[in-house]
Design a protein. Structure first.
Lengths: 309, 344
């Protein structure tokens, strides 16, 4: 177990280096235009200012040298400064709670609706409930967030103002419900189908027949014997989904104007503020990697047949 | 009429109520391809402390009958159009589901062929053995675990106390089957149905499990229904044998008589196909052909396409179960000739 953990952590470092390198290279290759001019907008930049900023951000140095500077700072936990002179770590820390809340709501929506509906559909395969949820999930899977988010905002924020259409900074939980549902809907569909398949499969398993022949009531057969086994793929999915939700929040946060990680990334991509983009993506990569590690460790807890060497 | 001379170690008790009695049971499966009549009027009975072996090929309906007794058939696709299953005189099929559930595990328990898949992979064996004790007998967790260890001792699992928290995959095949048996014994059932309990095991382990079942049946005075396709397995353990073919009991007799003089060509075929030491070097006898397709069963006697003695009457008329005395029955038009050895 310990050896496995060490190996996984070492692997994580490699993956982290790889992904940050790619992001770094992409930002570099994309051409920064003139970030200093971007920053100043229409105003002229004096030669002295330009020289100072160029020196500070190593803009004249080569790719590998700049990557090296970046890594060196990163190891000491320093994500550096944005072109506007703000501390990137602080910017991310400020934005993080909103995204974390949003992701929490999305995950809850996924579990409550996706897993519950999946269990019911799995038990009653071929029923009206099963078929209608099947069609519904197909429709939801088919609609991209770019459409779903404004649509949800228009319907439930403007036409029928049940929820606030946009969020303040920092957002309250209530303001995040609608965006959270929109963000969660995509995984609801997948979670539902995954749960349905898993429950349906486990219902046919021999151990279910055993539990029945032990005189266990149907509630317990499904609630304990089937569900405990079906949990294994569902937990895996939700764990991995947590990582992608952080990234998937970009559109949703943009539409509902939530000051989270996604919005931060979007704004600075437009500004061409490479240090912020790279810093944010680095943090997202770390979150994703940790979520994956936790899922893998949970796997061994949920399924005793799995042992890590 | 020819005189039938068969020694019988078993004499049915006339008039007494049996512990378990299956009466003229019919089961059919409704599939996309049509209706498969898998059980066609099966009757058998069981008394305390007695072992009934139900013998037959795959698809003969021996397991389905057992599942009907347990009430664990998936309905649909299965359907029980008629029949009775009397436990202590009460018809299980007429009971409301909740009452029926109380019978399962507590009065009638069942163990299955493949203990690895029949045990839940994500729970410790002790947890699974004690589940009924905790949820149905209201025992505390501690008492239930202690009882689980006792049960594991009883089925001779070494170091039961140390292994009670282990998971099914950490046991060998034979030990897993013992766990299954311990689990089935938890509520002190009066009837134990063992559905091919040794099929998935090594020959040496098979014998150990059969011995264990025989011991437990004697010690606990349970009725044991032993479902198997292996005539060799049942010889030492069973009191009576019911041979099934295409959803019918085609022969029913005490073990001794059945081995000595089978009253149905199918039983004879089964006996002939047991490998013997003295038949070394010669080709093993087999029953030619395949079991019938129950969606389109043959006319007349279901065994007639494979029967070496087939006569024209066999292709048109379904033989009724013939009483041969001493509790023996045979569903062959020529049962008496079989016993006399005059059937050619």
């Amino acid at each position: 177990m310990f050896r496995y953990l060490v190996r996984r952590l070492l692997q994580m470092i490699l993956v982290f280096l790889g992904t940050t390198f790619i992001v770094f290279a992409l930002m570099f290759a994309g051409g920064e235009g003139d970030p200093i001019q971007n920053l100043a907008g229409e105003k002229p930049v004096s030669a002295a200012q330009r020289a100072q900023l160029t020196e500070k951000f190593h803009l004249d140095d080569g790719f590998f040298e700049r990557y090296w500077y970046y890594l060196k700072d990163l190891v000491t936990g320093n994500l550096g400064e944005s072109l506007t002179g703000r501390d990137i770590s602080t910017m991310i820390l400020d934005a993080f709670p909103a995204t974390a809340k949003l992701a929490t709501i999305a995950i809850l929506v996924t579990i409550v609706f996706g897993v519950t509906a999946g269990v019911i559909a799995g038990i009653r395969r071929g029923s009206i409930f099963d078929n209608s949820t099947l069609v519904l999930t197909l429709v939801i899977i088919g609609i991209p967030t770019v459409v779903l988010a404004p649509l949800g905002q228009l319907l439930f924020g403007v036409k029928f103002p049940i929820f606030p259409a946009t969020a303040n900074n920092p957002p309250t939980w209530y303001e995040l419900i609608l965006p959270g549902i929109v963000l969660g809907l995509l995984s609801v569909a997948t979670a539902m189908r995954l749960t349905r398949a898993s429950v349906a499969e486990n219902l046919r398993a021999d151990f279910v027949r055993t539990a029945k022949s032990k005189g266990m009531p149907g509630r317990r057969v499904i609630g304990v014997h089937v569900l405990r086994n079906s949990l294994i793929p569902i937990v895996t999915f939700i764990g991995v989904e947590l990582g992608s939700l952080m990234g998937g929040a970009i559109i949703t946060e943009r539409v509902f104007n939530i000051s989270g990680i996604g919005n931060l990334l979007y704004k600075n991509l437009n500004l061409g503020d490479a240090p912020v983009v790279i810093g944010t993506v680095s943090v997202l990569v770390i979150v994703f990697l940790i979520a994956n590690l936790i899922v893998d460790l949970l796997y061994a807890v949920l399924d005793p047949r799995i042992r890590y060497e | 009429m020819t005189d039938i001379r068969v020694e019988s170690s078993y004499a049915p008790r006339a008039g007494a109520q049996h512990l378990l009695e299956v009466k003229d049971l019919f089961v059919e499966f409704h599939t996309r391809d049509g209706v498969a009549r898998v059980i066609n009027g099966v009757s058998y009975h069981l008394d305390p402390g007695e072992t009934l072996a139900v013998l037959g090929e795959s698809g003969s309906g021996k397991s389905v009958t057992a599942q009907a007794i347990m009430g664990i058939l998936d309905m649909p696709p299965a359907k029980i159009p008629s029949g009775q299953i009397l436990y202590k005189g009460e018809d299980l099929l007429a009971m409301p589901e909740e009452k029926r559930r109380q019978v399962r595990g507590k009065e009638i328990a069942m163990i299955f062929q493949d203990a690895l898949s029949a045990l839940n992979p994500v729970f410790p064996v002790g947890w699974q053995i004690s589940e009924t004790l905790r949820t149905r007998a209201g025992m505390s967790k501690k008492d239930a675990t202690r009882r689980a260890i006792e049960l594991m001792d009883q089925v001779k699992i070494p170091a039961a106390k140390a292994r009670v928290k282990d998971y099914p995959h950490q046991f060998s095949g034979g030990m897993r089957q013992r766990v299954m048996i311990a689990m089935a014994l938890a509520m002190d059932p009066k009837v134990l149905i063992a559905d091919e309990p040794t099929t998935a095991l090594d020959v040496t382990v098979q014998a150990q499990i059969m011995d264990l079942l025989a011991d437990l049946r004697r010690d606990l005075n349970m009725g044991l229904i032993l479902i198997t396709h292996d005539l060799g397995v049942v010889a030492d353990v069973a009191d009576r044998i019911a041979v099934m073919y295409a959803g019918r009991i085609i022969e029913h007799a005490d073990v001794h008589s059945l081995y000595k003089s089978p009253a149905h060509p199918y039983t004879q075929g089964l006996l002939d196909s047991i490998p013997r030491l003295d038949s070394k070097g010669t080709e093993l006898a087999t029953i030619k052909g395949l079991p019938p397709n129950l969606l389109r069963p043959p006319t007349g006697c279901a065994f007639h396409p494979r029967c070496p003695y087939v006569k024209s009457v066999c292709t048109t008329s379904t033989p009724r179960s013939l009483d041969l005395g001493h509790g023996r029955t045979s569903a062959c038009h020529f049962a008496k000739e079989m016993l006399d050895g005059t059937l050619r």
